[in-house]
Write a protein that binds this ligand. Structure first.
Ligand SMILES: Nc1nc2c(ncn2[C@@H]2O[C@H](COP(=O)(O)OP(=O)(O)OP(=O)(O)O)[C@@H](O)[C@H]2O)c(=O)[nH]1
Ligand SMILES: [Mg+2]
Length: 174
């Protein structure tokens, strides 16, 4: 893919994991990389699907298709009706109770679509919160070794503080 081509990204993940919040932050970074992190971005649960387009470093166009968790079970319908270059799956590292559901959905994606592990990104969001699970614990709880041979990339983020969001943008536009 050339540097000027766009990237279509399917954004999935459990309820409240921070998908919409991350997208809002990425939009802010794209519009002005020096934007100060604003603590008070407000989100409401996404009903249906939202499409956000942004331009990174003046050339890379990103299309982020955010499927709210309420519709998450229908991810396959979206995947089969549109071509996506990559999948970004957001996990709330402060919600251990959502892990088994997350594992089931990741396994379903792994079994039902042909996508290279290098085009799948797991985002462990809300890290560095007082009650967040460590990366090692999440990998183990999600039994990632049994899915994509554990070869998917993982980025730990904190959308509130802005930690690692630039690395996330770099991955999306790669
Ligand atoms: N502490 C903390 N809170 C976060 C972080 N990221 C998102 N949140 C909060 O988590 C809540 C849910 O965020 P959303 O972005 O609406 O979650 P979502 O994944 O889009 O949820 P659905 O639309 O229901 O699928 C909001 O109150 C955010 O402010 C983070 O890194 N740290
Ligand atoms: Mg949302």
């Amino acid at each position: 893919m050339s540097d000027t081509s766009g990237r279509k990204i399917l954004v999935l993940g459990s309820r409240w994991s921070g998908k919409s919040f991350i997208i809002k932050r990425l939009e802010d970074i794209c519009s002005s990389p020096k934007t100060a992190v604003d603590e008070f971005v407000y989100t409401t649960p996404t009903i249906g699907k939202t499409l956000t387009m942004m331009k990174y470093k003046r050339s890379q166009t990103l299309e982020l298709h955010d499927i709210g968790a309420q519709l998450g079970c229908l991810w396959k319908q979206f995947y089969t009706s549109t071509h996506f270059d990559k999948i970004m799956y957001v996990i709330d590292s402060t919600q251990p109770w959502s892990i088994s559901l997350t594992f089931e959905q990741l396994k379903e994606i792994y079994e039902q679509i042909t996508i290279k592990p290098k085009n799948v990104l797991l985002v462990f969001n809300k890290t560095n919160e007082i009650n967040s699970l460590s990366k090692i614990a999440l990998i183990e709880l999600l039994d990632l070794g049994s899915i994509w041979n554990g070869e998917v990339e993982i980025i730990e983020t904190n959308a509130r503080t802005g930690a690692n969001l630039t690395a996330l943008l770099e991955w999306l536009t790669r």
